[in-house]
Structures are given as structure tokens and as C-alpha cells.
Design a protein around this ligand. Structure first.
Ligand code: AMP
Ligand code: MG
Length: 356
């Protein structure tokens, strides 16, 4: 199948192009589209065959449910058993935007879309192209990130082409994703509202709207015995093809350690990469050195992370060493993705002398 990329100007949306993309979804086809978080691979959320196609195109396990995207507040009600006051408050505060709510599903939503679960994940994105496209598609677009399962999520239309070219008919190009990390997922079905995946909307922000918000313990401790409650968080994810290791510790010790590890890998004939910051990039010696941005600019770090991991792949990097990016409000979301991408391979240094 030939895959077309159609550029859409967010400030002057081409209604005819959007109508064509919407018609493809209504016919049961798949279309990749831009959102403010990452690019999504969309299909009709109410059509079980479209959901099956999404799983096939991505190579995604079919027990990993999809997020249903809507374009109007009033479209939530038919999808769910109940819209509580708390849910209403969250919608007012954070929609359209990067917050996904898990709610008890109605009979309208097929189990193919929810991976067999009695609950449904719903989000209203803020990207203007996404909103027009969802409306043209009939109002309910199931969409996981538009990458092949396991790879870093796409933040540019060309990333989608790399992964899904030849498998889907159309990619809407709405420029680079502004946020660059997937939405925050908040479970509203079990007692205290619980964050199942950290994202741009933080626990602090949610607590300004709801009395109590918890974080799934498996997110705070990767060695936690309890499995994560978002099925997708159980899988290896976001990973580059090269072997990624995160190095943690005092800044000077991290630099020294990464340089040691790089020298060793190079002596073994490996192509090496380092992921650092604007402040530290000049301190490294590796085949490819990339900066996520200034350390204090967390939004830039979130926006650049997946793109840089993909660039290491394009360059054929065998081993990648990354600084860690804890701290700040987005730090939890960034580190959640980075540690998963590294398969939790972490090298801790306590002093200038490195140790495992
Ligand atoms: P992606 O679309 O690639 O961003 O992944 C969607 C994420 O939402 C995955 O981690 C899913 O496991 C999670 N998710 C979707 N629906 C549900 C649900 N009903 N309950 C819990 N997690 C969900
Ligand atoms: Mg994904």
C-alpha cells in the first residue's frame, strides 16, 4: 500500500483534506495524525475491525488497550457508564489537553478497542488538526502512538513514515509534537484517582482540582512486585535499537563515568552515543553526542527525547549512554520513558570513581 503524507497548516486547516482523512476512518481504514503529545495511529474506535487493524499495523499485543480520542465534551457521555462531578472538573481544567481518563465503559465501545477490559481510556487532544480530523471521522478515533510497538513514539510525520510507511494509506503532517511525551493517564474507576502513566499533567496539577490523587506504586519503584495497572506499561517500550544505559549520580562523576564507559565500548569496536545536555555536551568524546537542551528546560528535554533516540538508530549507534533527568515537575515523566527505553539498565556513580 502506498502511504501519502499530507501537510496540514494548523492555522489554516484545509477542510477538504480533513474530510478525505475522516472518510478513510469511516470506511474502516487507518490514518496517522498529529496531536500535542505524539503522533497517533487512528481508526474508528467503534469499529472492532479497525481496532484489529491498528494492532496489526503496530505489531501491538491485542491485550494492550487503545485510547479513544474525542473532539467535543458531549461525546464522552455515550462512551461511559457515568460522568461524575470529579470527571467534569477534570475535563474543565485539562481538556482539550494531554490528560487521558480511564472510566467504566458503556456497551457502545467494543472490547477490541479496550483490550478486553470493562474500562475505556478517553482523551480530548488540543492540537487543532487532531480536533478537526476526529470530528470529520465521526467523533470517536481510537489511537495509540503511531510507532511500531516497542520503538520510541513519533514526534514528527517522518517518524511515522519510517515505522508505518507501506502499512497505512495516509499520514496527516501537522508539524512537530509540542509536548513530545504521551498523555498522563488517570484511572477514575478504582477508589482514589490514580496516575497510571506520568505525563505533562502532573500529580500537583491534578491535586489542585481533586482532593486526593495517587500514583501507581509500580511507577515509583521499577522493582515493585505489583504489575502496573496500565497494561501497556508492562511492555518494553520507547526503546532505540542500540543498547541504552542511564548513568546517575553527581554531575562530574556522571561525566567521568560516561567517558570511561564510552572509551571501553569504543575499544571493543562499538559505535558509541552520548545523550547529555547543552551544559555538558562538550565534555564528552563519543562517535555521536547529542544534547536534549538546557538541563533546566524540562519542556525541551521532553520534546527532544524520542527524536534523539531515533537519530541514534539512524546513525547505527551500538551503545548509548545517557545522563539522567530527575527533578522538576516533568522529571518523573521523562525518567519513566528513559528508564523503560533503557530496559532499566542504570549505572549509579557515587563519587568520581565509577562503580556499578
Ligand atoms: P499509547 O496509545 O501507545 O499511548 O498507549 C496507551 C496506554 O493507555 C497504554 O499504556 C494502555 O495500557 C493504557 N490504557 C488504555 N486503556 C486503558 C484502560 N482501560 N485501563 C488502563 N490502561 C489503559
Ligand atoms: Mg505507545
Amino acid at each position: 500500500m502506498e502511504t501519502r503524507i499530507l501537510k496540514i497548516n494548523s492555522e489554516d486547516i484545509d477542510g477538504e483534506a480533513i474530510e478525505k482523512a475522516g472518510a478513510l476512518i469511516r470506511e474502516g481504514e487507518l490514518v496517522a495524525f498529529p496531536t500535542e503529545t505524539v503522533y497517533g495511529l487512528g481508526g474508528d474506535a467503534l469499529n472492532p475491525e479497525a481496532s484489529r487493524k491498528i494492532y496489526r499495523a503496530k505489531g501491538r499485543p491485542s491485550d494492550n488497550p487503545l485510547i479513544v480520542h474525542i473532539s467535543r465534551f458531549e461525546d464522552l457521555k455515550p462512551l461511559v457508564k457515568e460522568v461524575t462531578e470529579d470527571v467534569g472538573r477534570l475535563m474543565e481544567a485539562f481538556w482539550p489537553g494531554p490528560l487521558t481518563l480511564i472510566l467504566k465503559k458503556s456497551g457502545l465501545v467494543p472490547e477490541e478497542t479496550t483490550g478486553g477490559l470493562p474500562t475505556v481510556a478517553v482523551r480530548m487532544p488540543s492540537h487543532p488538526v487532531a480536533l478537526s480530523f476526529i470530528a470529520a471521522a465521526g467523533g470517536y478515533v481510537a489511537a495509540p502512538s503511531a510507532n511500531v510497538s516497542g520503538r520510541p513514539s513519533p514526534t514528527k510525520a517522518v517518524h511515522v513514515m519510517e515505522d508505518l510507511g507501506g502499512r497505512i494509506p495516509l499520514i496527516l503532517d501537522g508539524d512537530d509534537s509540542q509536548i513530545g511525551l504521551e498523555s498522563t493517564i488517570l484511572d477514575m474507576t478504582a477508589g482514589v484517582p490514580t496516575i497510571l502513566r506520568p505525563g505533562y499533567i502532573t500529580q500537583d496539577m491534578l491535586q489542585k482540582v481533586l482532593d486526593q490523587v495517587e500514583t501507581d506504586p509500580s511507577l515509583l519503584r521499577p522493582d515493585c512486585k505489583e504489575p502496573p495497572r496500565a497494561p501497556g506499561m508492562r511492555y518494553r517500550h520507547y526503546a532505540p535499537r542500540g543498547e541504552l544505559t542511564v548513568v546517575e549520580g553527581a554531575p562530574a562523576a556522571v561525566i567521568a563515568c560516561i567517558n570511561d564507559l564510552t572509551r571501553k565500548a569504543r575499544s571493543e569496536g562499538k559505535r558509541t552515543g552520548v545523550l547529555g545536555t547543552k551544559e555538558t555536551e562538550k565534555e564528552y568524546a563519543a562517535d555521536s553526542i547529542k544534547s536534549v537542551g538546557e538541563r533546566r528546560d524540562e519542556e525541551a528535554i521532553a520534546r527532544n527525547l524520542y527524536r534523539l533516540l531515533r537519530e541514534f538508530d539512524e546513525e547505527g549507534t551500538d551503545v548509548i549512554f545517557s545522563e539522567s533527568f530527575h527533578g522538576g515537575s516533568l522529571g518523573q515523566a521523562v525518567m519513566n520513558r528513559l528508564l523503560k527505553a533503557a530496559g532499566y539498565r542504570v549505572h549509579k556513580v557515587h563519587s568520581l570513581k565509577s562503580e556499578e
